[in-house]
Design a protein around this ligand. Structure first.
Ligand code: ARG
Length: 464
């Protein structure tokens, strides 16, 4: 007989139970209980398959499948007693199943190991999160499309180096983020398609001598097919790494937009007004309205990318097949998933509620000599001046305007002819900000007509 306190699942060869420190470092139940529903779905599919292939009886399978539903309802109802001594969700569920149905519970683990079990549970969990990310991204994209539509022709400064560069449209700027989150969406969909192979039935690492049907369990769990190599199936965490890299890139995009909202909502810019619902006040300065949601979204990239780095490091250099190191995968992914979903939802809420300040945007668009390129382009197009020379002439005119404290359209024709004699009155038709944006009709350019075409294209992609 083994010692009373040795593990009831694997304690056969052990004379004594684990040290408390051993139990503390070994147990994952504190976090992997989040995979209870996936664990039970996997076990129910496995039991049905064992009966269909004649490995266990129909009666035993029925008892197991029913008993597992009872366990699930106890977990969901909050009455389940989780035990650290039982290490993880797999053994907690199985031990409780044994209490409920008795002997048949011991047949569930036939032709299976915790190694393929945990890989299956975790894949199902990550797959749900990819679906949640897809919904979150779609909702955010829709919110951006509405903003783009409302302000397709609002002018604002476009920046490079955060210095005024050329006027652009509000709609164009919003649509830039639609492209970014659209790529995130396609990465999420790619990752889901690639990861959707079932590890179940790989057993510990080598497969099993029982006549199991891996196609059947794969299908029951919504996988496209069983994973083709049992060693790979139990040691693969690419799906988690890919989830984290999708999350990281998306968090980078979220942080860039968040940063712009922080800048834009400042008293110095006043490009947007964020809603009260997505702002906070200061306990000491009554006038303050702080863009906390945007700041927190900006910061989330740190922990999400941290999770990505952490799991990369856990996985690097691991020999095949399963190693306990891999138990360190879950907390990283759970934390990153929670924070990615929260950031997507917060960004969607902020974008839906925010108001672009059309007048401030337009006033800023006209400052900083933002139509200097249009002036140079006019010299090239109308007077056939080589671009480099046109650049120089324009630079001279900018310096003149700067020294007089005025903008380019405020210079007189005589002033301009003093710099280049060929300039005519026609120059003023390109100097206004509206003229400037309307002229940028190249595909993907900032002209309102181009922006509206891109909105229509996205509406069609998303089905309205
Ligand atoms: N709790 C473990 C994990 O999360 C389950 C697999 C344990 N397998 C084993 N052979 N000890 O990875």
């Amino acid at each position: 007989m083994t010692d009373q306190s040795s593990n009831q699942m694997w304690g056969g060869r052990f004379a004594a139970g684990p040290d408390a420190i051993m139990e503390a470092i070994n147990a994952s139940i504190g976090f992997d209980k989040r995979m209870a529903a996936q664990d039970i779905a996997g076990s129910r599919a496995h039991a049905a398959m064992l009966a269909a292939t004649g490995v266990i009886t129909d009666n035993d399978a029925e008892a197991i499948r029913e008993g597992l539903l009872t366990v699930l309802s106890e977990i969901e109802g909050g009455t389940f007693q989780f035990s650290t001594a039982l290490e993880d969700i797999h053994m907690n569920v199985e031990a409780r199943l044994k209490e409920i149905i008795g002997e048949p519970a011991g047949r569930l683990h036939t032709g299976r190991s915790r190694n393929d079990q945990v890989a299956t549970d975790f894949k199902l969990w990550v797959r749900d999160q990819l679906d949640a990310a897809e919904s979150g991204l779609l909702a955010l994209i829709r919110a951006l499309l509405s903003q783009a539509e409302a302000g397709a022709d609002w002018v604002m400064p476009g920046f490079t180096h955060l210095q005024t560069a050329q006027p652009v449209t509000w709609g164009h700027h919003m649509m830039a983020y639609v492209e970014m989150f659209g790529r995130d969406l396609s990465r999420v969909r790619d990752a889901r398609a690639r990861m959707n192979e079932s590890p179940l039935g790989a057993a510990a690492l080598a497969g099993t001598s029982f006549p199991i049907d891996r196609e059947m369990t794969a299908k029951a769990l919504g996988f496209d097919r069983p994973a083709a190599n049992s060693l790979d199936a139990v040691s693969d965490r690419d799906f988690a790494l890919e989830f984290l890299s999708c999350a990281s890139i998306s968090a980078v995009h979220l942080s860039r937009f968040a940063e712009e909202l922080v800048i834009w909502s400042s008293a110095q810019f006043r490009f947007v007004t964020l809603s009260d619902r997505f702002s906070t006040g200061s306990s000491i300065m009554p006038q303050k309205k702080n863009p906390d949601a945007a700041e927190l979204i900006r910061a989330k990239v740190g922990r999400i990318f941290g999770a990505n780095t952490a799991l990369m490091m856990v996985m690097k250099g691991l020999p095949l097949a399963y190693s306990k190191d891999m138990q360190e995968d879950k907390e990283q992914v759970f934390d990153a998933a929670d924070n990615w979903m929260l950031a997507l939802a917060a960004m969607e809420g902020m974008v839906k509620d925010m108001t672009g300040n059309r007048e401030s945007l337009a006033a800023a668009a006209g400052s900083g000599f933002s139509t200097a390129t249009d002036l140079a382009d006019w010299l090239v197009r109308v007077l056939k001046v080589p671009f480099r020379d046109a650049h120089h002439v324009t630079g001279t005119l900018v310096a003149m305007a700067e020294s007089r404290g005025c903008d380019l359209p405020d210079l007189s024709l005589a002033d301009m002819q003093g710099v280049h004699e060929g300039i005519t009155d026609d120059i003023f038709t390109v100097l206004g900000v509206e003229n400037s944006v309307n002229s940028r009709m190249s595909y993907g350019g900032t002209a309102p007509a181009q922006v509206r075409a891109q909105i229509a294209r996205w509406r069609e992609i998303l089905g309205g």
